[in-house]
Design a protein around this ligand. Structure first.
Ligand SMILES: Cc1ncc(C[n+]2csc(CCOP(=O)(O)OP(=O)(O)O)c2C)c(N)n1
Ligand SMILES: [Mg+2]
Length: 570
């Protein structure tokens, strides 16, 4: 083949993205040679307004679809905003591929326009970074990038491509086999001996509980977990990220546990049950501060088992028997080992009645206080009441996406997951405000026929108002609920409770979000009173396309964070 008949590196990359099954690239044009080639190849480019939000869209798309998120970006300033977005993806183990333009090879280290040290920039928020200096290795590098992002512990990867390399026409050197841009790739399984030991521990346990984290969703292990729960009578709790790993209404489900088990929490009375567990098994769980109530929730006397694809997580905070592998594969193997165990099912038959009774009792103990906040119908509106009515009005297949701050807690505490599956998305990798709305846009692009509701605070939403324009232009039908309390609530309450005063900046303007929506042609409504709520929600669900519902809520309301209750009492 003569050289000018060869495809350019941009065309090689575009063709391989398509072959791997990538259908969407979040971008703003750059690197133009690449995005022109991907558009020619039929890939859709979703034009975000800011790169940090665009990265969160790619992240949300990956979480909801089980496929690689992909973002293209200009070098320097734009790349720095992508890095901010990737910080969440990195901590939440979400595979996002960044294709970042770099300065021409002959311009390196000459203060070329927007030249920046991308290797250092991306070092803290990717599991892999390479600069493609040899165009003949484009295919090799892209395939390695995709496989690295999607296998093992999934996570972000970045490939920097000098502008001149994109235009090169070079034969491609030997490359790894093409892999679909989906995760988890190459599922791994622990040693049979470790599985057998875990099966023995669980089968002989009197009061075993499982604590499922977001890894259950990444692995697509919800059905396996629910099967194990049912067959072997295991109590299952989740973290916020793991919410929906099992049906929360199941008689053996404890709900979301961690630092939000204070007064008013549906899982408040589960604490004593958890404290009496003799075996605790974490699955895809980082055992972080929030998910363990600052490492106070689980009893030292318990035997610990930890299923995780990442060794560092499996040994991080508890003296666990590590089962290093993919959650779905490992739970399946564990089920087989437990069934083969002579006492597995008979022990389960003994365990089930007292466990179900204890869980029912713990639910009943707080039913009154939970109902009091959910059924609080006077104004100013309680967010718990909003969640209560939202659960009633939302179609059963709705996917809920929260922002950080209180919205994560209102959603995780007061909406119930009624079947196993990924119906909840939270930016709890780093809990940054401003992620919720763009995560929801990515979620909806992944699930175009599911209703997607975003619930965000007014402070968090002000990080990304501009993306309403993206939603309208691309007709991304996210239903956005803004919790308008005219305050940085969590920040203010934390300051008040710890210091007895709050900094002035916590009070923010009462924003007319409907007016912002109107500015970009987004359908909208405003709800200022609990009496208007049902009509507002119904209008939102009935609307075609993107919708913003601005809901005025009580600025004094705060969720059942146990630390808040302790501080208040002292
Ligand atoms: C990117 C980022 N900046 C700052 C914070 C610290 N922070 C946590 S909660 C919060 C207030 C959020 O206010 P709002 O979005 O209005 O939610 P509310 O608590 O009022 O419901 C802030 C500033 C953060 N988590 N993330
Ligand atoms: Mg607020």
């Amino acid at each position: 083949m003569t050289e000018n008949l060869l495809p350019t590196v941009a065309e090689v990359l575009a063709a391989e993205l398509k072959a791997a099954g990538v259908e969407l690239i979040f971008g703003q044009g750059s690197p133009s040679a690449l995005t022109l080639a991907t558009e020619r190849g039929g890939l859709r480019q979703i034009g975000f307004r800011t790169e940090n939000a665009g990265t969160a869209m790619a992240d949300g798309f990956a979480r909801a679809s089980g496929r690689l998120g992909c973002i293209a970006t200009q070098n320097g300033a734009a790349a720095a905003l992508v890095a901010a977005g990737l910080s969440e993806s990195f901590k939440a183990s979400v595979p996002v591929l960044v294709l970042v333009q770099d300065v021409e090879r002959s311009h390196v280290d000459r203060n070329a326009f927007q030249e920046f040290d991308h290797a250092t920039l991306f070092a803290s928020c990717t599991k892999w970074f390479r600069r493609l200096d040899d165009g003949a290795r484009a295919l090799e590098m892209l395939r390695k990038a995709i496989l690295t992002a999607t296998s093992g512990r999934p996570g972000p990867v970045a490939l920097a491509i000098p502008a001149d390399v994109l235009a090169e026409r070079v034969p491609q050197l030997r490359a790894p086999r093409s892999v679909p841009a989906a995760f988890p790739a190459l599922r791994q399984q622990p040693e049979p001996a470790a599985i057998a030991e875990a099966a023995r521990l669980l089968a002989n346990a009197r009061t075993p509980i499982i604590v499922a984290g977001g890894g259950v969703h990444s692995s697509g292990a919800q059905a396996e977990l629910a099967g194990l729960q049912e067959r072997f009578a295991l109590g299952v709790a989740t973290t916020i990220m793991g919410k929906g790993a099992v049906n929360e209404a199941d008689p053996l489900s404890l709900g979301v546990v961690g630092s939000a088990m204070g007064p008013g929490s549906p899982s408040r009375a589960m604490r004593s049950l958890i404290r009496s567990a003799d075996v605790v098994m974490f699955v895809g769980n980082r055992t972080n501060d929030n998910g363990t109530a600052s490492w106070s929730l689980f009893p030292n006397s318990a035997a610990f088992i930890h299923i995780d694809v990442a060794v560092d997580e499996a040994v991080r905070n508890y003296p666990s028997l590590p089962l290093i592998g993919d959650a779905r594969t490992t739970l399946r193997a564990l089920g087989v080992a437990m069934a083969a165990h002579c006492d597995g099912e008979s022990a389960a038959a003994l365990r089930r009645p007292p466990l179900a009774a204890a869980i029912a009792q713990a639910r009943a103990a707080v039913a009154g206080e939970v109902a009091a906040v959910k059924l609080h119908t006077s104004d100013p509106m309680r967010p718990e009441h909003l969640m209560h009515v939202l659960q009633q009005r939302a179609p059963a297949d709705t996917v809920f996406v929260a922002d950080a701050s209180y919205s994560s807690l209102w959603v995780s505490q007061y909406l119930q997951a009624r079947e196993p599956g990924r119906r909840f998305v939270f930016p709890r990798g780093l809990a940054g405000i401003g992620w919720g709305y763009p995560l929801a846009l990515g979620t909806r692009l992944a699930l175009p026929s599911s209703p997607v509701v975003a619930v965000v605070g007014d402070g968090g939403f002000s990080h990304c108002w501009a993306e309403l324009e993206c939603a309208v232009r691309h007709s991304i039908g996210v239903k956005l609920i803004v919790l308008n309390n005219a305050v940085l609530g969590f920040q203010r309450h934390a300051e008040m409770l710890r210091f007895g005063q709050a900094t002035e900046v916590c009070a923010i303007t009462r924003i007319d979000h409907a007016m912002i929506a109107r500015a970009v042609g987004c359908a909208n409504a405003t709800v200022t009173s609990a009496s208007e709520l049902t009509a507002g929600l119904d209008a939102m669900f009935a609307a075609q396309g993107p919708f913003l519902l601005d809901v005025h809520v009580d600025p004094e309301a705060y969720p059942p964070i146990a630390g808040f209750a302790r501080l208040q009492a002292s």
